[in-house]
Design a protein around this ligand. Structure first.
Ligand SMILES: C[S@@+](CC[C@H](N)C(=O)[O-])C[C@H]1O[C@@H](n2cnc3c(N)ncnc32)[C@H](O)[C@@H]1O
Length: 205
């Protein structure tokens, strides 16, 4: 039987290379410690470009696994001359993995993530307990997580996952910033949820 791709030496070496590129890019964005806002799966960057323009004092990073979308986001950033806006070609979990404590997340946006509607594909959805756990470990106290989707079953499952997570508390807060995304423009309706990071439990002594 063929080994799983993630177990092969070639795969591990490719991932180590990607992680090193990301670390280098992050060192350039963060010459000194700072919190930042990120958008996971930013597409062409419509939302984050508008957010960064409205919040010039916040470092904003959009990431996406689609390189052509990141290239469009970068062109948008350059046209608008937004020094606080960055787009990185990265997979979400690898991005979280390479962050250091000097780069805590203050706010996360996950807007219209891939819904993976078929049951056998639910495992690919990003809003799952392992991702929420990893995100909590990279976020500053009281960090916010904002999630929006037009796929009602995903909204229900993600809301239930968030509600069951001891680190995240679902909050009925106003949506912090409105800017239509490409997928939002096509969506007849959608639902949004926000959550706040609870303090980490104290170690048992
Ligand atoms: C349905 S599109 C939504 C794009 C944008 N947020 C919008 O609302 O228009 C989902 C995006 O997430 C990206 N994506 C999916 N899984 C990802 C992952 N694990 N890490 C980073 N980006 C991811 C896809 O490439 C795609 O651009």
């Amino acid at each position: 039987m063929e080994p799983l791709p993630e177990r092969t030496a070639a795969y591990r070496s490719m991932m180590a290379g990607r992680a090193e590129v990301l670390r280098r890019e992050l060192r350039q964005i963060f010459p000194c410690p700072s919190a930042f806002v990120w958008e996971m799966g930013c597409g062409h960057g419509h939302f984050l470009a508008a957010y960064a323009a409205a919040h010039p004092n916040e470092i904003c990073i959009g990431i996406d696994i689609a390189g052509d979308r990141i290239a469009r986001g970068l062109r948008k950033r350059d046209r608008a001359r937004l020094a606080n806006l960055h787009f990185l070609h990265a997979e979400a979990r690898l991005f979280l993995e390479v962050l250091t404590p000097a780069m805590p997340i203050s706010r996360t946006f996950i807007l219209f993530p891939d819904p993976w509607p078929k049951s056998r594909h639910h495992k690919h959805r990003i809003l799952k307990p392992d991702f929420l756990h990893q995100l909590a470990g990279r976020s500053q106290p009281a960090a916010r997580l904002h999630f929006r989707t037009d796929f009602a079953p995903y909204f229900e499952s993600a809301s239930a996952t968030l509600a069951a997570d001891p680190r995240w508390e679902v909050r009925a807060e106003p949506w912090p910033f409105e800017q239509e995304t490409v997928f939002q423009q096509r969506a007849p309706t959608y639902e949004s949820a926000s959550a706040v990071l609870r303090p980490a439990p104290s170690p048992v002594v």
